[in-house]
Design a protein around this ligand. Sequence first.
Ligand code: KG4
Ligand code: ZN
Length: 339
Amino acid sequence: MRILGIETSCDETAAAIYEGNDGRGRILAERIASQIEIHARFGGIVPEIASREHLAALPDMVDEVMDEAGLAWDGVDAIAVTAGPGLMGALLVGISYARAVGRVSGIPVLPVHHMEGHLFAPGLSNELPTFPFITLLVSGGHTMLIRVDGLGRYTLLGQTVDDAAGECFDKSARLLGLPYPGGPAIATLAVDGDAGAIALPRPMLRRDNLNFSFSGLKTAVLHAANALKDGDEQGRHNLAAAVQQAIADVLVGKAVQACRSENVSDLVVAGGVAANHLIRGQLLDVAEKASIRVHLPAPAHCTDNAAMIAYAGFLRRQAKTPIPVHWDAYPRWPLSSLS
Ligand code: KG4
Ligand code: ZN
């Protein structure tokens, strides 16, 4: 079965082809075009510009992946497209394109939940763990702990009560004068820093629940940044290292706590923040001591991409999930509403 995946929910235009059989498979071709530089001069993502850029990039990108995979349309069994959550106009570009091609070529088009794509992304490079497993989903807009009992069987165990972990990286980066996306920028600055030189809080870490809060940490970073003297480069490195370490401690601590409280020994960590090397290393260390198996996507498949959308589409087709007769773009779409 070959699935074309299309992702246009935010500021990356992406297309990929996944070929799979009986739970195994491989990516035949994939492309991503980031709009980060275009939005950078506005200090954030401009939805209208994002839609126009998707429209300009997507058709040629799909042609390229089809060529690289050596496929004509009759070689594609389904088109999986991100239907939400995301920016309304941006989602509609991918959906309209997918529907047009689907209609002309007689290929079924299925709506994929962006976070379900992130959630199963480790399956792109390794075998997925057997159910149940715990997933820590950490992206720019979400920080959630989910118990996964099967495809579409998701129980939300905890989530952030304010900012997402990625948002905390992004806002802290801005306070340090670094560009968007803040995660990679902080990680680079942190390399020469001493995380122990500046004390920052680990919000909610010792609480007896699985929720997160990052706004207090962001405020602490603001105060620490203001306290830095002009030209104190080492201080900036230290602050970057300190905030990265604080976020890592909270995420790793809560993920292990979730596995323990649910008595589950497989942990998937996915979403853009899961690309962070410190977090990946710390997760593997701590989990090993706690006898938890950690499953991570390759760093390139942690951030937004279309291979994960194609793969989620593949899992849905393989499970013979019926495609809804009517579906739309869903800017807000709770993962727990899937079945
Ligand atoms: O999953 P994603 O690509 O897009 C959303 O669906 O939100 O996640 C983007 C987020 C941004 O906040 C970005 O700063 C963060 O992931 N991120 C990282 C790293 N790479 C991306 N955070 C920490 N370390 C990284 N290496
Ligand atoms: Zn994402």
